[in-house]
Design a protein around this ligand. Structure first.
Ligand code: AHG
Ligand code: MN
Ligand code: MN
Length: 347
């Protein structure tokens, strides 16, 4: 056996990298470790979901007016309970809760961080054995240490994130995260129950050849996006078009594939949803941070996602992210056709 080839676990990696961080108190390391541990428990539940009565609709509606599935509830409660027990953050905001939760015990109140999360992303795929995920975003609090967390702690621009990541429960379970010094991926080895470093310093290809969008909404997209989709499917040798269309309906799974193989993901505005569907604080921002750290680009068609000043916990934003060539092209189409419409040019 070659002992020099020892694998690195997530916990070892977090500790090794702790000194890279300006406030290297260990608090952030512990917080990431708590999230990694909660992800293992959710992995276990996801994997046995077909065997126990945890599949199917919970019956309630979440704050977005969407149906809540049982696993959403489980993941939400479990992540919050783990973060509460870990006492390394002063509050959590989740897709599944109307308002943020401020932890009241003294240790949590004295901690420096808040966490925002989508505990279970792609929930419509739970019943059909398709990949789902968890997304998280971590900020340093703005309120005073010792106080209860306040909304200003959560309503921060994406550029202020100190760490962000996702877990994909797919053919294997992986945790991918960044603290602003590149992106690293860890694959869960279920036989030993550890996330092991598998993808070091992930870089996304600059030239993508895959686009991911719910093309069923074609007629509801702005004209620039319809023309961009026409461009994606056009025959052109120089840019290797037509590009392949891949859309799973779990953002985490679509992003993960495109991050590794190159490609772009978008959720544009529609006539029914003028700000798109995805939530800025716990879907767009953490994924944008990862994509940028991997060398890609993330915009709302006009601005960098990470520069958007949030005003509401559950605010939505259109999003275009992934390989640079494609994200730039989508914005170009969007802006050109918007400018044409303004001066009254007919399509
Ligand atoms: P969630 O399950 O957290 O509500 O998120 C689902 C999101 C995202 O994962 C996915 O890309 C998108 O919704 C799919 O929406 P459409 O069905 O409208 O394409
Ligand atoms: Mn989601
Ligand atoms: Mn969700």
């Amino acid at each position: 056996m070659n002992f020099n080839n020892k694998m690195t676990t997530l916990e070892e990696f977090i500790i090794q990298r702790q000194l890279d961080f300006p406030f290297a108190s260990g608090e952030l390391s512990n917080l990431l470790r708590d999230i990694g541990f909660a992800a293992k428990v959710v992995h276990r539940e996801v994997n046995k979901a077909g065997l126990v009565d945890i599949l199917g609709n919970f019956g309630a509606m979440n704050v977005q007016g969407e149906e809540v599935k049982k696993l959403d509830v489980y993941a939400n409660e479990h992540f919050i309970a783990s973060l509460r027990a870990g006492r390394e953050c002063c509050g959590v905001a989740s897709e599944e809760n109307d308002d943020f939760i401020a932890f009241t015990d003294a240790n949590s109140r004295n901690s420096h961080y808040v966490v925002l999360m989508d505990p279970l992303d792609g929930s419509s795929n739970i019943d059909v054995n398709v990949s789902i995920g968890t997304i998280f975003s971590i900020y340093r609090r703005r309120s005073k240490q010792g106080d209860l967390a306040r909304s200003e702690d959560f309503l921060q621009r994406g550029t202020e994130q100190v760490a962000a990541g996702y877990v994909i429960y797919g053919s294997s379970t992986m945790l991918v995260y960044t603290t602003g010094k590149g992106v690293n991926g860890f694959t869960l080895d279920p036989s030993i129950g550890e996330f092991c470093l598998s993808n070091t310093n992930i870089r996304t290809p600059e030239l993508g050849k895959v686009y991911s969008v719910n093309q069923g909404y074609y007629s509801k997209f702005p004209e620039g996006i319809r023309r961009f989709i026409d461009f994606c499917v056009e025959d052109d040798d120089a840019t290797k078009r037509p590009w392949s269309m891949r859309y799973i309906g779990s953002m985490v799974a679509d992003i993960h594939r495109n991050l590794i193989k190159g490609g772009m993901f978008m959720y544009p505005p529609t006539t029914d949803a003028p700000n798109g569907k995805l939530r800025l604080l716990y879907e767009c921002n953490p994924i944008a941070f990862i994509v940028e750290q991997a060398g890609g680009m993330a915009t709302d068609g006009y601005r960098r996602i990470l520069d958007i000043e949030p005003t509401e916990l559950h605010q939505r934003s259109p999003v275009y992210l992934g390989s640079r060539n494609q994200v730039e092209k989508a914005s170009e189409f969007l802006q050109t056709y918007e400018a044409r419409a303004k001066v009254g040019v007919k399509a």
